[in-house]
Design a protein around this ligand. Structure first.
Ligand code: CA
Length: 497
């Protein structure tokens, strides 16, 4: 007996030094929050969501360590408004950022009276750092460091070159893929100072992310790692391209290589978190800002969902959506109810111990943990000028503007040239009404509006109720100038974004 007690004590003494300071801190301090945002990554472009081309072992491991959402959405199918909604936890139409600024973010940005996730986490004592694509205004007052971030390194614009000259063994694809020098508009900034970057941009963002984590290892931090990949220009370096030598189509190969660079970034961030003893105490979110683009030569995948970036069909707005937090959340969990990027505001601040409530943002943590079994959202809503969409747990209603423009009216970027003052929000030729049973027809292949007039009417009324809360679409900060055409259900419609 005495011997076994002594043995027990001895083994305790041997075990004690294994509990490091970092692990003690991990149990007592607020969790870190790392939000990794991909740009134009399709829901079918990672292994865990079903890609048959692209290998994403690190993203797959992240999913396995936490929760994978099968019905995760963004609030807009293009970059800038999607980010405006996410960072404020409010539908971006509430604060007038309804459309892509399309270059006008040099002079305009996210409304200054809006509060961002970084503002809120900063108030809660977090070190806040942003790395990567901002796309919410380039003037001093709109800069990330004026919107809640202590530190910034990245591209203020909506996209940039991944390299300025083609490196040995590198490749590019697509009509605007050839590397050129970055202009002042798509330059890289450290803080508010322009810097020269010669290495592959995604790798540089990853190095900066790892450095941020290292420098803030001893305090709770919020890192917003907003990659510009795999958005155009399609450009990749040899180490990533070498993984896809078997892929014949060049656009597909370069795109896959770009997603691999994102995947390596996820791996390095996780590795660094483990190294500082904070992996279990870190809530990591990974999302894409919209579905993958239909204009990159079939190089990407939104699975078999209809539409792409720019569209309000599922391919434009249903995105990869992962949450991992080993200390608090179950692993290997699938969550099937509809959620939206707007929920990150409440979810992140709840994790930080002091939840922010907005009209639109739902704390997802109790749903994931099984403490709540109701629906996080009764409805999700979308609006982009005349385009309207709403879904409940089963049905989705979309209304697109009917048009007499034809394919011949599209310019060489595949868009319509906007009239002076932007696109009017009126619908002189009316709207097409599309109703889909997402439960049985997630591909949105069968418009059943005519069969279910009562459901159409109910969803129209709900959308009108939400729409009445918003400023009208012609009172946005910037009018819409981006637009294209598509055919749906035998009609040509005008997508405005
Ligand atoms: Ca995007």
């Amino acid at each position: 007996m005495k011997n076994s007690l002594a043995l027990c004590l001895a083994s305790l003494i041997i075990m004690l030094p294994v509990v490091t300071n970092a692990q003690v801190d991990s149990a007592s301090r607020q969790p870190n929050i790392v939000f990794i945002f991909a740009d134009d990554l399709g829901i079918g472009d990672t292994g865990v969501y079903g890609s048959t081309i692209i290998d994403t072992p690190n993203i797959d491991a992240l999913a396995a360590s936490g929760v994978r959402f099968t019905q995760g959405y963004v609030s807009h199918p293009v970059c800038s408004p999607s980010r405006a909604g996410l960072l404020t936890g409010r539908y971006q139409q509430r604060h007038g950022w309804e459309f892509n600024p399309a270059g006008r973010d040099r002079d305009n940005g996210l409304a200054l009276d809006q509060v961002t996730i970084a503002d809120k986490l900063g108030e809660r004592g977090y070190a806040t750092g942003m790395i990567g694509k901002w796309h919410l205004g380039q003037q001093e007052q709109h800069h990330p460091m004026s919107r809640g971030f202590d530190e910034y390194f990245g591209v203020l614009a909506g996209a940039s070159q991944f390299f300025e000259t083609l490196p040995e063994g590198g490749a590019y694809a697509g009509t605007r893929g050839a590397p050129v020098n970055r202009s002042a508009v798509n330059a890289v900034y450290r803080g508010r100072e322009r810097v020269q970057v010669d290495e592959y941009l995604t790798d540089v963002f990853t190095e900066e992310a790892v450095s941020f984590i290292d420098r803030h290892a001893n305090e709770p931090f919020f890192l917003y790692l907003s990659h510009t990949t795999p958005h155009t220009p399609l450009q990749a370096t040899k180490p990533y391209l070498d993984r896809y030598g078997h892929v014949q189509d060049m656009a597909t190969r370069v795109y896959a290589a770009m997603v691999s660079s994102l995947d390596d970034s996820v791996g390095e961030v996780v590795e660094k978190l483990k190294e500082i003893g904070q992996y279990e105490n870190t809530l990591i979110a990974l999302l894409s800002d919209n579905g993958c683009a239909g204009y990159i030569d079939n190089a990407c995948s939104n699975l078999n969902f209809a539409g792409f970036k720019r569209y309000h069909q599922e391919g434009g707005i249903r995105i990869p959506f992962l949450l991992s937090w080993p200390n608090e959340l179950p692993s290997n969990k699938l969550y099937d109810k509809p959620v939206i990027s707007l929920d990150l505001m409440s979810t992140f601040t709840a994790a930080a111990g002091d939840r922010v409530e907005t009209e639109d943002s739902v704390n997802l943590l109790p749903y994931i943990k099984g403490e709540r079994s109701d629906d996080p959202h009764e409805f999700l809503f979308w609006r982009a000028g005349p385009t309207q969409a709403i879904r409940d747990q089963r049905w989705k209603l979309i209304k697109y503007k009917l048009t007499d423009f034809t394919e011949a009216d599209l310019n060489d970027t595949g868009r319509l040239d906007p009239p002076t003052g932007g696109w009017a929000t009126g619908t002189p030729l009316g709207l097409i009404t599309l109703l889909y049973d997402l439960q049985n027809d997630p591909q949105e292949s069968n418009n059943v509006a005519a069969q279910y007039p009562d459901i159409v009417q109910r969803l129209e009324a709900e959308h009108a109720r939400w729409n009445d809360e918003l400023p009208p679409p012609d009172e946005t900060i910037l009018p819409a100038i981006r637009s294209t055409l598509t055919d749906v259900d035998g009609k040509t419609v005008q997508l405005i974004f």
